[in-house]
Design a protein around this ligand. Structure first.
Ligand SMILES: Nc1ncnc2c1ncn2[C@@H]1O[C@H](COP(=O)(O)OP(=O)(O)O)[C@@H](O)[C@H]1O
Ligand SMILES: [Mg+2]
Length: 334
C-alpha cells in the first residue's frame, strides 16, 4: 500500500467483499515482512498472489515463516513492513469486513476443554454477530457431520485426540459458507486415514468454489491436493505458481532398466548425459530436454548392444523442484 492512496474501510456486506477481489486474487501481499521483537526475521519481503478458485499450498520446512504469514493475513499480528490484501481489502485494517468471509484454522485451535465438541461449536457460532441464532443448531450439526465428528460430538473436547481437536477446529471454520478457507497445517496430528479425509474435504470445498489456502511442511500432501503452490525457505519465497509448472521446472529423470547396467551407463555418459546413477539393473540420469534426443539415446543404447527392458522418463516431483531451486534437500527438521 502506498502512503498517498487511502482506501476507505468498507463495511461488511457480502457483495462489497465478493465484488472487490483484486484481479482474480483473493490474497495478495507486497514485500510483506515480519521481524519479531527478539529480532528474528520470520518473513522477508514476501510477494504472494493466490488466485481465486485455487487450492493453494503454502509449503515450507518448519520455521520457514508460514504461520507468521498466515497470522498477518488474518490480521492477528501487524507486519513490520509491506502490505497484505485479503478478498481485495487491506489487512489488518479491513479485518472486520473481511473476516466473516474467511474460515480459518490456525495452529492449535482454541477450545474449551470442559465443553463438548458440539457445545464448543455452538459457542463459537454464537460469538459471530452475523450468524442467525435460529439456524445455529443446524449449522453446527452439518459442520460436525462434514468433519466426521458426529459420533464424538457429545464428548468433552479435553478427551479429544489431537486429530479430533484439529477436526473440531476445521468444523468451526466450516460453520458458514466462506469465500476463503485458510488452514495452517490442517493434517497435523492426523493419521493417514484422517489425512485422506481432510484431502477429500478440501477437494470438495474447492469444487464448491471456495478458495483454499493451506500450509504444510509435507511435499506430497501439497502435490496431491493443490492446484497452485508457493515454496518458502527461511522466511523467503523461493517460487510460486501452478503445481504442474513448478514440478516441470525441474528436469525429470531418465530411467533405463537393463541386465547390462554398466554398458548402459557408459553409453549414456558417452552421449553426454548428465548425472548418471547406476543401481543394479536400473540406470538413471538427467532427462534430456527434447524428445528427439530421447529417441537418439534409445537407439544409441540398442546399437551398442545394451539389452533395454525399460526406457522411460519419470516426471519430476515438487521435491525435485525444491532441491533444484535451493540446492538443498527438503528438510522438515525444525
Ligand atoms: N512469537 C514469536 N516470537 C519470536 N519469534 C517467533 C515467534 N513466532 C515464530 N517465531 C520465529 O519465526 C520463524 C518462523 O516461524 P513460523 O512462522 O512459526 O514458521 P512455520 O509456521 O513455517 O513453522 C521461526 O524462526 C520462529 O522461531
Ligand atoms: Mg507453523
Amino acid at each position: 500500500m502506498t502512503g498517498s492512496v487511502r482506501e476507505p474501510v468498507v463495511e461488511s456486506t457480502v457483495e462489497s467483499v465478493v465484488e472487490s477481489v483484486d484481479d482474480g486474487a483473493v490474497i495478495r501481499t507486497r514485500a510483506l515482512t515480519k521481524r519479531y521483537r527478539g529480532g528474528q526475521l520470520a518473513v522477508d519481503g514476501l510477494d504472494l498472489t493466490v488466485p481465486a478458485g485455487s487450492v493453494f499450498g503454502f509449503l515450507g520446512p518448519n520455521g520457514s515463516g508460514k504461520t507468521t504469514t498466515i497470522r498477518m493475513l488474518m490480521g492477528l499480528i501487524e507486519p513490520t513492513a509491506g502490505s497484505a490484501r485479503v478478498l481485495g481489502h487491506p489487512m489488518p485494517r479491513a479485518a472486520r469486513a473481511v473476516l466473516p468471509h474467511v474460515g480459518a484454522l490456525i495452529e492449535g485451535p482454541a477450545l474449551y476443554g470442559f465443553l463438548s465438541g458440539r457445545d464448543n461449536l455452538l459457542r463459537y457460532d454464537a460469538a459471530d454477530p452475523t450468524a442467525d441464532p435460529r439456524t445455529r443448531r443446524a449449522r453446527v450439526t452439518a459442520a460436525l457431520e462434514r468433519v466426521g465428528l458426529t459420533a464424538a460430538a457429545g464428548k468433552k473436547a479435553k478427551a479429544y485426540s489431537l486429530g479430533m481437536k484439529q477436526r473440531l477446529g476445521l468444523a468451526a471454520a466450516l460453520l458458514r459458507p466462506r469465500r476463503l478457507l485458510v488452514l495452517d497445517e490442517p493434517t497435523n496430528g492426523l493419521d493417514p486415514q484422517g489425512m485422506r479425509e481432510i484431502r477429500s474435504l478440501v477437494r470438495e470445498l474447492a469444487a464448491e468454489g471456495t478458495t483454499v489456502f493451506l500450509s504444510s511442511h509435507l511435499l506430497d500432501e501439497i502435490e496431491q491436493v493443490c492446484t497452485h503452490a508457493a515454496v518458502m525457505a527461511q522466511g523467503r519465497l523461493i517460487v510460486q505458481g501452478p503445481v504442474a509448472d513448478l514440478a516441470a521446472g525441474a528436469r525429470g529423470r531418465l530411467v533405463v532398466t537393463t541386465p547390462d547396467p554398466a554398458d548402459a551407463a557408459r553409453v549414456l555418459k558417452e552421449q553426454g548425459v548428465a548425472d548418471v546413477v547406476l543401481a543394479e539393473e536400473r540406470v538413471s540420469a538427467e532427462a534430456p530436454s527434447a524428445d528427439r534426443e530421447l529417441a537418439d539415446l534409445n537407439s544409441a543404447l540398442v546399437k551398442a548392444g545394451v539389452r533395454v527392458r525399460g526406457f522411460s522418463v519419470e516426471r519430476a516431483s515438487l521435491e525435485d523442484a525444491f532441491v533444484a531451486l535451493t540446492g538443498e534437500g527438503f528438510d522438515v527438521a525444525g
